[in-house]
Ligand binder design. Sequence first.
Ligand SMILES: *Cc1c(COP(=O)(O)O)cnc(C)c1O
Length: 432
Amino acid sequence: METKRSQELFAQAQRYIPGGVNSPVRAFRAVGGHPLFIQRAAGSRIYDVDGNGYIDYVGSWGPLILGHAHPQVVAAIQRAARNGSSYGAPTELEVELARLITEAVPSIELVRMVNSGTEAAMSAIRLARGYTRRSKIIKFDGCYHGHVDGLLVQAGSGATTFGIPDSLGVPEDYTRNTISLPYNDLGAVEEVVSKQGEEIACIILEPIAGNMGVIPPQEGFLQGIRRLCSEYGIVLIFDEVITGFRVAYGGAQSLYGVTPDLTILGKIIGGGLPVGAFGGKREIMETIAPLGGVYQAGTLSGNPLAMMAGIETLKILSQEETYRKLEEGAQRLTEGMKAAAEKVGIPTFSTRVGSCFCTFFQEGPVTDYASAKRSDTQQYARFFHTMLAEGIYFAPSQFEAGFLSLAHSSEDIEQTIAASTKGFKAALEGTP
Ligand SMILES: *Cc1c(COP(=O)(O)O)cnc(C)c1O
């Protein structure tokens, strides 16, 4: 595989951009080698600047559930662009996307648009604090909610005390109100809440963890947290930036039948353009300016191009059979890969909810961040590079989700399963 042009561009990029990338995981540090520079994409494929095509399971990290450059979405963006790209004044498109979201996700009575998932998480937490007039928050180890200062906390072993920042540049003052607990450990939540419940503004979590591989919630975990939040007046925030419109049209909350107070959305609702949103109970949402005292604003929030891309995407997703098709394709893919791994004799643990999936390079079970981290990342790196050479683009890190789109064909899936035998062999045998 010839990647000369990508290598040249990466060298140039490093002269002007820190590390040559605008988001760190793109740099391929976790798997070695250099990133591929992408020139274009269509359907299930992305094409690099050297002309190589790949079946893509990253899907821009989740948004592209319809596949790349869906003709209806492209046409919608073009229509919107002809009318101007931003006004800083309300538009009918914002009303339309807000209506679609509130109809799809009944727990969202009011919704506000922002420009990224990070911004949505930051604003939702400010809102929860403003509404409850409390300061402390609970998050979970390995759950990612964007690069919000107060959430960049990786708790030490069983740390139920004050958080320690995970990034330089985050003063300890900013994280001292953050408590990070192990995912799927309801007992740990009960213990903290029973002592400090009256001081806790919110519990924020991914209802299906998607940033430490894919880790589904165990039976009773979400329900137990819901019960504790109701009992202590804590705002329950589901970060559905990945799972919203991904695992079901109503998100993970509809799948598990657990109703949060606030929901964070992003990725899919922007149809590939920069969007985030947060919404929920009317009473809580009415605490935001201009109705209430919690300030929140944005120059490009509700941008008409992004609204159009989101509206068109949701309209297509709301058609019948969409999620059944995704489910069937993803099931075939993950079962086929699992069988390939077994035949090769490499221990793997695979997880999947709907069309997001992960193969952990270890025996498992993987239920939280600590167990996810036991994966053999060297094996993953060899698998990744072998698949790439076979024309298949998985995420350049063990701890990311794979995403199937509606554009992936049966042939794409069969080709991926066949190639995975080679990938697993290379991973096991230590050949590159
Ligand atoms: C991607 C992601 C975010 C951050 O969204 P950005 O648009 O990258 O800021 C937040 N939460 C979850 C669960 C995500 O996967």
